[in-house]
Design a protein. Structure first.
Length: 116
């Protein structure tokens, strides 16, 4: 699901950090509830994906960022950070993505509401 297709009413947004604290190419690991997310700053935009490779459930966040693609550090699976799409084997399942917005200079990440 791309960032543009999120229904904001279905998410509770959590303030993460100031836009002044993240430069292009930066990543920030976020613990929200029982999951870890990666907040990425790329080409003037912000993207949040779950820190898990869907191939083997290992962490994804330490992988190389090549353009819009995050590369799994263990087996090389590639994921599009804008949509979560699994682009290469061995991953065949997309990684969860979360909506990101900027409000008053603060970056917020949306977490699905329980009743959504």
């Amino acid at each position: 699901m791309s960032q543009e297709k999120f229904d904001a009413a279905k998410y509770e947004f959590v303030q993460i950090t100031s836009v002044n604290e993240m430069e292009d190419g930066d990543r920030l690991f976020i613990e929200l509830g029982e999951q870890t997310l990666i907040l990425l700053a790329v080409d003037g935009g912000y993207y949040a994906v779950r820190d898990v490779c869907t191939h083997d459930d290992g962490p994804l966040g330490d992988g190389e960022l090549e353009g819009w693609q995050l590369v799994c550090p263990r087996h090389g699976a590639r994921f599009d950070i804008r949509t979560g799409e699994a682009l290469t084997l061995p991953a065949v399942v997309d990684v969860p993505v979360f909506p990101v917005r900027v409000v008053g200079g603060m970056i917020e990440v949306g977490i699905p509401r329980d009743n959504a």
